[in-house]
Design a protein around this ligand. Structure first.
Ligand code: FES
Ligand SMILES: [Fe+2]
Length: 440
């Protein structure tokens, strides 16, 4: 049996102190909190708006509705991508009403003011009828910052925020080995959910729920605390390295036969799982060696730049405040919640999956089954609870959202009681408090 200590493992370098602020229900249910976040949080951070592959031609436009606002990212004639608020400077009509489109210029549906792709007003009705003269060439769509990293496009409303690459720290460096740049977004799913956006953020900031909510992963992901590494960075982001290709050390999987599906995964790399009976944790190292040996001939050219840890384990990157990247060598999952425009007890959940373009590979195994290895091969929006999957593991995560929201509304709930391993939740809420409280 597992005789190792069960204490949480925080890296010495990235384990900042927390104050112990009480996390009460108010932040999950009240309009006042939602309003504070709208004023002091969301306009200050970078938001993932899309993937570069969506912008092939000048005039390609991707819309990102966020809360009550809406942003459009527009591919320019010169190749750059710029972002504008999706509002007409005449009298405020929303300009782009589709999730994505392509057009040589942008025309408002109300009085037909027309804007170039760089946001400049180029045509109005009755141009002589303005006190200051023809506004064309002078008036522009309101622009916001737009920068790219890897395959991703981000926007930010704050001119004073750090450049994207700094804001993402330390992930551009930590993720470099995966070679994400040319990965293909195959899955793009989203859902309207009946809980506050932070409920799922908290869930992604802890691994305490794995044995209860995701019991199936116990035989191939080791969620035992002694081997799970938590780090909390000065940027406010945090991460969790979870050992993969190894069963959990919470139970004795070590002394028996290699459990399923680890046995199948091992066979897939030419390893006989029976040779590891009684020492099943050794499969991980064997898989690393097999991936190094066989990966290149199977088309996994990206393995060459990965560390052993990256080849075998799961790297969960949780960016403050609302973006998670879950990395394995063969899959990048984006998991995110965004606030509902008006209701603090609702949110929008998004789940994207990207895959490396492997030569000769036609299909990939996604969280909802096999799908063509093509840009946005599967994409849909749903309402959580309608029975349409958002991915097997994601469905499990979302399954507690509504009941947790209900429980937080109870007069009997006095605030969270966290074990040490949930320190990342504590820090998240303290960073949030620092940003939004006492700022009015
Ligand atoms: S509101 Fe856009 S042209 Fe009038
Ligand atoms: Fe989970």
């Amino acid at each position: 049996m597992n005789a190792e200590p069960t204490l949480s493992r925080y890296s010495a370098e990235y384990d900042p102190p927390v104050r112990g602020d009480t996390i009460t229900a108010e932040r999950y249910i009240s309009r006042e909190w939602m309003e504070l976040e709208n004023r002091h949080l969301w306009p200050k951070v970078w938001h993932l708006g899309g993937v570069i592959a969506e912008f092939e031609e000048p005039g390609d436009i991707v819309r990102h509705n966020f809360g009550k606002d809406s942003v459009i990212m527009v591919k320019q004639e010169g190749g750059a991508i710029r972002a504008f608020y999706n509002t007409c400077p005449h009298r405020g009509n929303r300009l782009i009403l589709n999730d994505s489109t392509c057009m040589p210029s942008i025309t408002c549906a109300y009085h037909s003011w027309k804007f170039d792709l760089d946001g400049t007003l180029i045509k109005v009705q009755d141009p002589d009828d303005f006190a200051g003269g023809d506004p064309c060439g002078k008036l522009r769509l309101a622009e916001l910052r737009c920068e790219t990293w890897g395959p991703f496009v981000f926007w930010c409303m704050d001119d004073d925020a750090a450049p994207l690459i700094e804001w993402l720290s330390p992930f551009p460096e930590r993720l470099a080995g995966y070679g994400l740049d040319n990965w293909v977004r195959v899955l793009k799913l989203s859902s309207d959910c009946e809980f506050n956006w932070k409920i799922v953020r908290d869930n992604f900031n802890e691994s305490y729920h794995l044995p209860t909510i995701h019991p199936e992963v116990a035989t191939f992901i080791n969620d035992g605390l002694p081997s799970t590494l938590f780090e909390m960075y000065p940027s406010g982001h945090n991460s969790m390295w979870m050992v993969g290709h190894q069963a959990t050390s919470r139970k004795d999987y070590e002394s028996g036969k290699t459990p399923s599906p680890l046995d199948e995964i091992a066979r897939g790399w030419g390893i006989d799982p029976d040779e590891y009976t009684g020492r099943t944790s050794g499969i991980r190292q064997a898989v690393i060696e097999a991936k190094r040996r066989l990966g290149p001939q199977r088309g996994y050219t990206n393995y060459a730049d990965m560390s052993d840890q990256q080849l075998a384990d799961y790297f969960h990157c949780t960016l403050f405040p609302n973006l998670t990247l879950t990395m394995s060598p063969e899959q990048c999952q984006i998991l995110r919640t965004e606030p509902h425009p008006t209701d603090p007890e609702k949110c929008i959940f998004q789940h994207w999956c990207l895959y490396p373009p492997i030569e000769g590979m036609k299909e990939v195994e996604t969280p909802i089954g096999m799908a063509p290895l093509e840009h946005d091969a599967v994409h849909y929006h749903t309402r959580y609870g309608d029975g349409i999957s958002l991915g097997f593991v994601a469905d499990q995560d979302l399954s507690i959202g509504t009941t947790q929201q209900q429980g937080l509304n109870s007069r009997g709930f006095k605030g969270c009681t966290l074990p040490l391993q949930e320190k990342r939740i504590q820090r998240f809420h303290e960073l949030l408090n620092d940003m939004v409280l006492g700022k009015d």
